[in-house]
Design a protein around this ligand. Structure first.
Ligand code: 0X9
Ligand code: ZN
Length: 414
Protein backbone atom coordinates (compact mmCIF):
# COMPACT_ATOMS: atom_id res chain seq x y z
CA UNK A 1 0.00 0.00 0.00
CA UNK A 2 2.72 2.41 1.02
CA UNK A 3 4.54 1.74 -2.20
CA UNK A 4 1.43 2.44 -4.25
CA UNK A 5 0.94 5.78 -2.51
CA UNK A 6 4.59 6.59 -3.08
CA UNK A 7 4.35 5.80 -6.78
CA UNK A 8 1.14 7.79 -7.18
CA UNK A 9 2.68 10.75 -5.36
CA UNK A 10 5.88 10.54 -7.35
CA UNK A 11 4.06 10.51 -10.67
CA UNK A 12 1.85 13.39 -9.55
CA UNK A 13 4.89 15.47 -8.61
CA UNK A 14 6.47 14.67 -11.93
CA UNK A 15 3.48 15.70 -13.96
CA UNK A 16 3.06 18.84 -11.84
CA UNK A 17 6.69 19.67 -12.53
CA UNK A 18 6.53 19.21 -16.24
CA UNK A 19 3.25 20.99 -16.74
CA UNK A 20 3.42 24.10 -18.85
CA UNK A 21 1.08 26.93 -17.89
CA UNK A 22 -1.36 27.71 -20.65
CA UNK A 23 -2.23 31.39 -20.96
CA UNK A 24 -5.17 31.06 -23.34
CA UNK A 25 -7.49 34.03 -22.92
CA UNK A 26 -5.14 35.99 -20.69
CA UNK A 27 -5.04 39.63 -21.78
CA UNK A 28 -2.72 42.54 -21.10
CA UNK A 29 -4.32 45.90 -20.45
CA UNK A 30 -2.69 49.28 -19.92
CA UNK A 31 -4.51 50.89 -17.03
CA UNK A 32 -3.93 54.49 -16.00
CA UNK A 33 -5.30 55.50 -12.59
CA UNK A 34 -6.19 59.17 -12.16
CA UNK A 35 -6.69 59.38 -8.41
CA UNK A 36 -5.09 57.87 -5.33
CA UNK A 37 -8.10 55.63 -4.74
CA UNK A 38 -7.97 54.35 -8.32
CA UNK A 39 -4.28 53.67 -7.81
CA UNK A 40 -5.01 51.76 -4.61
CA UNK A 41 -7.70 49.70 -6.37
CA UNK A 42 -5.31 48.91 -9.20
CA UNK A 43 -2.63 47.75 -6.77
CA UNK A 44 -5.13 45.36 -5.20
CA UNK A 45 -5.46 43.44 -8.48
CA UNK A 46 -2.25 41.54 -7.73
CA UNK A 47 -3.88 39.95 -4.69
CA UNK A 48 -6.71 38.48 -6.74
CA UNK A 49 -4.76 36.91 -9.58
CA UNK A 50 -3.53 39.68 -11.87
CA UNK A 51 0.17 40.00 -12.67
CA UNK A 52 1.89 43.27 -13.32
CA UNK A 53 4.03 43.53 -16.43
CA UNK A 54 4.64 47.11 -15.41
CA UNK A 55 3.93 48.01 -11.79
CA UNK A 56 1.40 50.70 -10.91
CA UNK A 57 3.32 53.59 -9.39
CA UNK A 58 1.56 56.93 -9.36
CA UNK A 59 -1.50 58.81 -10.56
CA UNK A 60 -1.33 59.40 -14.29
CA UNK A 61 1.28 56.65 -14.79
CA UNK A 62 0.10 53.69 -16.85
CA UNK A 63 0.51 50.17 -15.48
CA UNK A 64 0.50 47.10 -17.73
CA UNK A 65 -1.56 44.34 -16.21
CA UNK A 66 -1.89 40.69 -17.21
CA UNK A 67 -5.45 39.63 -16.48
CA UNK A 68 -6.81 36.08 -16.45
CA UNK A 69 -10.17 35.72 -18.23
CA UNK A 70 -12.19 35.96 -15.01
CA UNK A 71 -10.81 39.41 -14.20
CA UNK A 72 -11.41 40.99 -17.58
CA UNK A 73 -15.13 41.70 -17.24
CA UNK A 74 -16.54 43.09 -14.06
CA UNK A 75 -13.19 43.98 -12.53
CA UNK A 76 -12.16 46.10 -15.49
CA UNK A 77 -15.59 47.74 -15.56
CA UNK A 78 -15.22 48.74 -11.93
CA UNK A 79 -11.85 50.36 -12.64
CA UNK A 80 -13.30 52.14 -15.65
CA UNK A 81 -16.30 53.32 -13.65
CA UNK A 82 -13.93 54.73 -11.04
CA UNK A 83 -12.37 56.80 -13.82
CA UNK A 84 -9.23 54.90 -14.83
CA UNK A 85 -8.35 54.70 -18.50
CA UNK A 86 -8.12 51.16 -19.86
CA UNK A 87 -6.39 50.35 -23.13
CA UNK A 88 -6.21 46.87 -24.63
CA UNK A 89 -2.61 45.92 -25.33
CA UNK A 90 -2.77 42.16 -25.99
CA UNK A 91 -5.95 40.12 -26.44
CA UNK A 92 -4.70 36.59 -25.88
CA UNK A 93 -1.13 36.13 -24.88
CA UNK A 94 -1.02 32.38 -25.53
CA UNK A 95 -1.18 33.23 -29.25
CA UNK A 96 1.99 35.27 -28.85
CA UNK A 97 3.67 32.54 -26.81
CA UNK A 98 2.89 30.00 -29.56
CA UNK A 99 4.07 32.47 -32.14
CA UNK A 100 7.51 32.73 -30.57
CA UNK A 101 8.14 29.19 -31.74
CA UNK A 102 6.17 29.16 -34.99
CA UNK A 103 7.82 32.40 -36.19
CA UNK A 104 11.26 31.10 -35.22
CA UNK A 105 13.65 30.21 -38.02
CA UNK A 106 15.89 27.42 -36.79
CA UNK A 107 18.79 26.67 -39.06
CA UNK A 108 20.46 23.99 -36.97
CA UNK A 109 23.19 26.47 -36.13
CA UNK A 110 23.28 28.98 -33.32
CA UNK A 111 21.76 32.26 -34.45
CA UNK A 112 19.41 35.09 -33.68
CA UNK A 113 16.33 34.20 -35.71
CA UNK A 114 14.95 32.10 -32.86
CA UNK A 115 15.23 32.23 -29.09
CA UNK A 116 17.84 29.76 -27.88
CA UNK A 117 17.72 27.38 -24.95
CA UNK A 118 20.05 27.54 -21.94
CA UNK A 119 22.07 24.63 -23.34
CA UNK A 120 22.32 26.20 -26.79
CA UNK A 121 23.57 29.46 -25.32
CA UNK A 122 26.19 27.68 -23.23
CA UNK A 123 27.32 25.65 -26.24
CA UNK A 124 27.66 28.88 -28.24
CA UNK A 125 29.77 30.46 -25.50
CA UNK A 126 32.04 27.44 -25.35
CA UNK A 127 32.35 27.29 -29.12
CA UNK A 128 33.31 30.98 -29.25
CA UNK A 129 35.87 30.52 -26.53
CA UNK A 130 37.37 27.55 -28.38
CA UNK A 131 37.45 29.56 -31.59
CA UNK A 132 39.27 32.46 -29.90
CA UNK A 133 41.19 30.76 -27.08
CA UNK A 134 44.00 33.28 -26.86
CA UNK A 135 42.02 36.28 -25.82
CA UNK A 136 38.76 34.94 -24.39
CA UNK A 137 37.90 33.17 -21.17
CA UNK A 138 34.72 31.42 -20.14
CA UNK A 139 34.38 30.96 -16.42
CA UNK A 140 31.80 30.52 -13.71
CA UNK A 141 31.44 33.15 -10.99
CA UNK A 142 29.16 30.93 -8.92
CA UNK A 143 26.20 28.63 -9.04
CA UNK A 144 22.50 29.33 -9.17
CA UNK A 145 20.13 27.92 -6.58
CA UNK A 146 19.56 24.80 -8.71
CA UNK A 147 23.28 24.44 -9.36
CA UNK A 148 23.70 25.98 -12.80
CA UNK A 149 26.90 27.86 -13.55
CA UNK A 150 26.79 31.63 -13.87
CA UNK A 151 29.02 31.91 -16.91
CA UNK A 152 30.98 35.03 -17.67
CA UNK A 153 32.49 35.44 -21.13
CA UNK A 154 35.60 37.60 -20.93
CA UNK A 155 37.30 39.19 -23.91
CA UNK A 156 40.71 40.61 -23.22
CA UNK A 157 43.31 41.22 -25.90
CA UNK A 158 46.95 41.78 -25.03
CA UNK A 159 48.71 41.08 -21.79
CA UNK A 160 47.78 44.13 -19.74
CA UNK A 161 44.36 44.66 -18.18
CA UNK A 162 42.42 47.45 -19.83
CA UNK A 163 39.48 49.57 -18.79
CA UNK A 164 36.60 47.13 -18.53
CA UNK A 165 32.94 47.09 -19.50
CA UNK A 166 30.48 44.69 -17.88
CA UNK A 167 27.21 43.64 -19.51
CA UNK A 168 24.64 41.36 -17.90
CA UNK A 169 21.28 40.04 -19.02
CA UNK A 170 18.32 37.89 -18.05
CA UNK A 171 18.34 38.72 -14.37
CA UNK A 172 14.60 38.62 -14.98
CA UNK A 173 13.80 35.21 -16.37
CA UNK A 174 11.12 36.11 -18.90
CA UNK A 175 13.11 38.87 -20.61
CA UNK A 176 14.46 36.58 -23.32
CA UNK A 177 15.45 39.36 -25.68
CA UNK A 178 18.16 40.41 -23.22
CA UNK A 179 20.31 37.27 -23.37
CA UNK A 180 19.82 37.14 -27.13
CA UNK A 181 21.23 40.67 -27.36
CA UNK A 182 24.09 39.71 -25.01
CA UNK A 183 25.18 36.77 -27.19
CA UNK A 184 24.75 38.90 -30.33
CA UNK A 185 27.08 41.44 -28.73
CA UNK A 186 29.68 38.75 -27.98
CA UNK A 187 29.51 37.63 -31.58
CA UNK A 188 29.94 41.19 -32.87
CA UNK A 189 32.93 41.77 -30.59
CA UNK A 190 34.60 38.57 -31.80
CA UNK A 191 33.49 37.97 -35.36
CA UNK A 192 31.52 40.99 -36.49
CA UNK A 193 31.89 44.70 -37.06
CA UNK A 194 32.72 45.68 -33.51
CA UNK A 195 36.02 43.90 -32.98
CA UNK A 196 37.72 47.31 -32.65
CA UNK A 197 36.00 47.81 -29.31
CA UNK A 198 38.15 45.04 -27.84
CA UNK A 199 41.35 46.99 -28.55
CA UNK A 200 40.56 49.60 -25.90
CA UNK A 201 38.43 47.64 -23.45
CA UNK A 202 38.17 44.32 -21.69
CA UNK A 203 34.66 42.94 -21.83
CA UNK A 204 32.80 40.86 -19.27
CA UNK A 205 29.47 39.49 -20.45
CA UNK A 206 27.15 37.47 -18.23
CA UNK A 207 24.41 36.41 -20.64
CA UNK A 208 22.12 34.69 -18.14
CA UNK A 209 22.22 35.97 -14.59
CA UNK A 210 19.15 34.00 -13.53
CA UNK A 211 19.56 30.62 -15.27
CA UNK A 212 17.06 28.70 -13.08
CA UNK A 213 14.33 31.20 -13.83
CA UNK A 214 15.30 31.23 -17.50
CA UNK A 215 15.05 27.42 -17.77
CA UNK A 216 11.74 27.55 -15.92
CA UNK A 217 10.36 29.98 -18.52
CA UNK A 218 11.22 27.40 -21.17
CA UNK A 219 9.73 24.40 -19.38
CA UNK A 220 6.86 25.59 -17.19
CA UNK A 221 5.91 29.21 -17.11
CA UNK A 222 6.89 31.57 -19.92
CA UNK A 223 6.24 34.56 -17.69
CA UNK A 224 8.34 33.67 -14.66
CA UNK A 225 10.42 36.62 -13.41
CA UNK A 226 12.15 35.70 -10.16
CA UNK A 227 14.84 33.27 -9.08
CA UNK A 228 13.81 29.70 -8.13
CA UNK A 229 14.99 29.53 -4.52
CA UNK A 230 12.57 27.71 -2.28
CA UNK A 231 10.90 29.46 0.58
CA UNK A 232 8.21 28.41 3.01
CA UNK A 233 5.26 29.73 1.04
CA UNK A 234 6.34 30.75 -2.43
CA UNK A 235 9.29 30.28 -4.74
CA UNK A 236 11.90 32.83 -5.73
CA UNK A 237 12.92 36.39 -5.07
CA UNK A 238 13.19 39.29 -7.49
CA UNK A 239 16.96 39.31 -8.00
CA UNK A 240 16.74 42.94 -9.05
CA UNK A 241 15.43 43.87 -5.60
CA UNK A 242 17.91 41.67 -3.73
CA UNK A 243 21.13 43.69 -3.93
CA UNK A 244 22.48 45.22 -0.74
CA UNK A 245 22.17 48.89 -1.50
CA UNK A 246 19.13 50.57 0.06
CA UNK A 247 17.69 47.06 0.13
CA UNK A 248 13.92 46.90 0.73
CA UNK A 249 13.65 50.64 0.92
CA UNK A 250 11.19 51.20 -1.89
CA UNK A 251 9.32 49.42 -4.65
CA UNK A 252 10.07 46.01 -3.14
CA UNK A 253 7.68 43.64 -1.45
CA UNK A 254 8.22 41.65 1.71
CA UNK A 255 5.58 39.17 0.58
CA UNK A 256 7.42 36.05 -0.71
CA UNK A 257 4.65 35.47 -3.24
CA UNK A 258 4.98 38.89 -4.86
CA UNK A 259 6.79 39.41 -8.17
CA UNK A 260 8.92 42.10 -6.52
CA UNK A 261 9.81 40.16 -3.37
CA UNK A 262 13.18 41.49 -2.18
CA UNK A 263 14.24 38.20 -0.58
CA UNK A 264 14.79 37.09 3.02
CA UNK A 265 17.74 39.44 3.34
CA UNK A 266 19.97 41.47 1.06
CA UNK A 267 21.95 39.05 -1.10
CA UNK A 268 19.88 36.08 0.04
CA UNK A 269 20.03 34.75 -3.54
CA UNK A 270 23.08 32.84 -4.78
CA UNK A 271 22.86 34.66 -8.10
CA UNK A 272 23.21 38.12 -6.53
CA UNK A 273 25.87 36.81 -4.13
CA UNK A 274 27.93 35.78 -7.15
CA UNK A 275 28.01 39.38 -8.39
CA UNK A 276 28.61 40.75 -4.91
CA UNK A 277 31.66 38.52 -4.60
CA UNK A 278 33.01 38.85 -8.14
CA UNK A 279 32.60 42.53 -9.03
CA UNK A 280 35.08 43.76 -6.36
CA UNK A 281 37.84 41.76 -8.05
CA UNK A 282 37.44 43.76 -11.28
CA UNK A 283 36.05 47.05 -9.98
CA UNK A 284 39.43 48.77 -10.16
CA UNK A 285 39.30 48.59 -13.94
CA UNK A 286 35.54 48.73 -14.39
CA UNK A 287 34.42 51.91 -16.13
CA UNK A 288 31.06 50.79 -17.47
CA UNK A 289 28.29 48.57 -16.09
CA UNK A 290 25.28 47.85 -18.27
CA UNK A 291 22.30 45.75 -17.25
CA UNK A 292 19.83 44.56 -19.86
CA UNK A 293 16.10 44.31 -19.21
CA UNK A 294 12.93 44.50 -21.24
CA UNK A 295 10.52 46.01 -22.13
CA UNK A 296 9.70 49.75 -22.60
CA UNK A 297 12.61 51.17 -24.64
CA UNK A 298 14.25 53.11 -21.85
CA UNK A 299 17.78 54.12 -20.95
CA UNK A 300 17.66 54.26 -17.17
CA UNK A 301 20.06 56.19 -14.97
CA UNK A 302 20.70 55.39 -11.32
CA UNK A 303 19.20 55.30 -8.75
CA UNK A 304 15.96 53.41 -8.13
CA UNK A 305 15.60 54.11 -4.41
CA UNK A 306 15.14 57.85 -4.58
CA UNK A 307 13.98 60.52 -7.01
CA UNK A 308 16.96 62.64 -6.06
CA UNK A 309 19.14 63.07 -9.11
CA UNK A 310 22.74 61.92 -9.03
CA UNK A 311 25.41 64.64 -9.11
CA UNK A 312 26.37 63.70 -12.68
CA UNK A 313 22.73 63.81 -13.81
CA UNK A 314 23.26 66.37 -16.57
CA UNK A 315 26.24 64.51 -18.02
CA UNK A 316 24.31 61.25 -17.90
CA UNK A 317 21.22 62.81 -19.47
CA UNK A 318 23.27 64.29 -22.26
CA UNK A 319 24.90 60.91 -22.89
CA UNK A 320 21.50 59.19 -22.71
CA UNK A 321 20.09 61.53 -25.34
CA UNK A 322 23.01 60.82 -27.63
CA UNK A 323 22.55 57.07 -27.11
CA UNK A 324 18.87 57.42 -27.91
CA UNK A 325 19.69 59.31 -31.09
CA UNK A 326 21.95 56.46 -32.14
CA UNK A 327 19.43 53.70 -31.32
CA UNK A 328 16.89 55.52 -33.49
CA UNK A 329 19.00 55.86 -36.62
CA UNK A 330 18.58 52.39 -38.08
CA UNK A 331 14.90 51.59 -37.52
CA UNK A 332 13.58 54.79 -35.91
CA UNK A 333 13.13 52.99 -32.60
CA UNK A 334 12.61 55.59 -29.92
CA UNK A 335 14.28 55.15 -26.53
CA UNK A 336 13.59 57.54 -23.66
CA UNK A 337 16.31 58.52 -21.20
CA UNK A 338 15.90 59.34 -17.55
CA UNK A 339 16.11 58.55 -13.91
CA UNK A 340 14.44 55.27 -12.85
CA UNK A 341 11.99 56.90 -10.48
CA UNK A 342 11.16 59.66 -12.97
CA UNK A 343 10.42 57.23 -15.79
CA UNK A 344 9.13 54.10 -14.05
CA UNK A 345 8.69 53.70 -10.32
CA UNK A 346 10.76 53.49 -7.16
CA UNK A 347 12.66 50.21 -7.09
CA UNK A 348 15.54 49.72 -4.68
CA UNK A 349 17.99 46.83 -4.44
CA UNK A 350 18.70 46.73 -8.18
CA UNK A 351 22.03 45.46 -9.51
CA UNK A 352 22.99 48.73 -11.18
CA UNK A 353 22.31 50.72 -8.02
CA UNK A 354 24.53 48.43 -5.98
CA UNK A 355 27.34 48.60 -8.54
CA UNK A 356 27.11 52.37 -8.72
CA UNK A 357 26.53 53.01 -5.03
CA UNK A 358 29.01 50.53 -3.61
CA UNK A 359 31.77 50.61 -6.19
CA UNK A 360 31.32 54.07 -7.59
CA UNK A 361 31.69 52.91 -11.18
CA UNK A 362 31.64 55.96 -13.38
CA UNK A 363 29.02 54.84 -15.87
CA UNK A 364 26.18 52.52 -14.97
CA UNK A 365 23.09 52.15 -17.14
CA UNK A 366 20.07 49.91 -17.38
CA UNK A 367 18.47 49.35 -20.77
CA UNK A 368 14.86 48.33 -21.12
CA UNK A 369 14.94 46.92 -24.65
CA UNK A 370 12.08 46.59 -27.16
CA UNK A 371 9.16 47.01 -27.33
CA UNK A 372 6.70 49.48 -25.80
CA UNK A 373 3.91 47.00 -25.15
CA UNK A 374 2.63 45.58 -28.44
CA UNK A 375 4.30 42.27 -27.54
CA UNK A 376 5.92 43.13 -24.21
CA UNK A 377 8.00 40.23 -22.93
CA UNK A 378 6.83 38.10 -25.88
CA UNK A 379 8.83 39.95 -28.50
CA UNK A 380 8.76 37.96 -31.78
CA UNK A 381 12.04 36.30 -32.76
CA UNK A 382 12.07 38.37 -35.98
CA UNK A 383 12.81 41.39 -33.78
CA UNK A 384 15.91 39.93 -32.10
CA UNK A 385 18.40 41.07 -34.73
CA UNK A 386 16.99 44.60 -35.18
CA UNK A 387 16.85 45.06 -31.39
CA UNK A 388 20.45 43.91 -31.05
CA UNK A 389 21.67 46.04 -33.96
CA UNK A 390 20.15 49.22 -32.61
CA UNK A 391 21.42 48.41 -29.11
CA UNK A 392 24.94 48.16 -30.57
CA UNK A 393 24.46 51.50 -32.32
CA UNK A 394 23.73 52.92 -28.87
CA UNK A 395 26.60 51.04 -27.27
CA UNK A 396 28.92 52.68 -29.77
CA UNK A 397 28.14 56.07 -28.19
CA UNK A 398 28.91 54.62 -24.76
CA UNK A 399 32.19 53.09 -25.93
CA UNK A 400 33.20 56.36 -27.58
CA UNK A 401 32.37 58.37 -24.44
CA UNK A 402 34.35 56.03 -22.23
CA UNK A 403 37.24 56.23 -24.67
CA UNK A 404 37.16 60.02 -24.60
CA UNK A 405 36.79 60.00 -20.82
CA UNK A 406 33.68 62.18 -21.09
CA UNK A 407 32.31 60.41 -18.06
CA UNK A 408 35.24 60.58 -15.65
CA UNK A 409 35.86 58.08 -12.87
CA UNK A 410 36.41 60.68 -10.18
CA UNK A 411 32.90 61.37 -8.97
CA UNK A 412 32.38 60.60 -5.32
CA UNK A 413 28.91 60.58 -3.92
CA UNK A 414 29.02 59.31 -0.40
O1 0X9 B 1 11.58 46.66 -12.15
C1 0X9 B 1 12.71 46.38 -12.58
O2 0X9 B 1 13.52 45.69 -11.96
C2 0X9 B 1 13.12 46.91 -13.96
N1 0X9 B 1 12.02 46.88 -14.87
S1 0X9 B 1 11.49 45.44 -15.44
O3 0X9 B 1 10.27 45.68 -16.17
N2 0X9 B 1 12.53 44.86 -16.47
O4 0X9 B 1 11.33 44.55 -14.34
C3 0X9 B 1 13.64 48.32 -13.77
C4 0X9 B 1 15.01 48.32 -13.21
C5 0X9 B 1 15.29 49.46 -12.32
N3 0X9 B 1 16.66 49.36 -11.94
C6 0X9 B 1 17.15 49.61 -10.71
N4 0X9 B 1 16.41 49.90 -9.70
N5 0X9 B 1 18.43 49.55 -10.60
ZN1 ZN C 1 13.69 43.28 -15.92
Amino acid sequence: MEIVIYVVLASFTLSACSERINYTGYAVKRITPKTESQLAALKQLENIGALFWKEPSARGRPADVLLPPNLQGEMVNILKAMGSTVENLIENIQVLIDNEESAAKRTGQFGWTAYSSFEEINAFLLEQHEKHPNYTRLFSIGKSFEGRDLLVFKISRGSKPKKSIWLDANIHAREWITSAVATFTINELLNGERTGWTRDFDWYILSILNPDGFVYTKTNNRLWRKTRSTGLRCIGADANRNFGFHWMESGSSNNPCSETYGGKSAFSELETQALRDYIPSISKHLVGYISLHSYSQLILLPYGHSNKHIPQYDTYMDLGHRIAQATATRYQTMYTTGNIVDLLYAASGGSMDWVKGTHNINLTLTFELRDTGRYGFLLPPTEIIPTAEEFLDGLEVIVQSLRDGIITPDFKEH
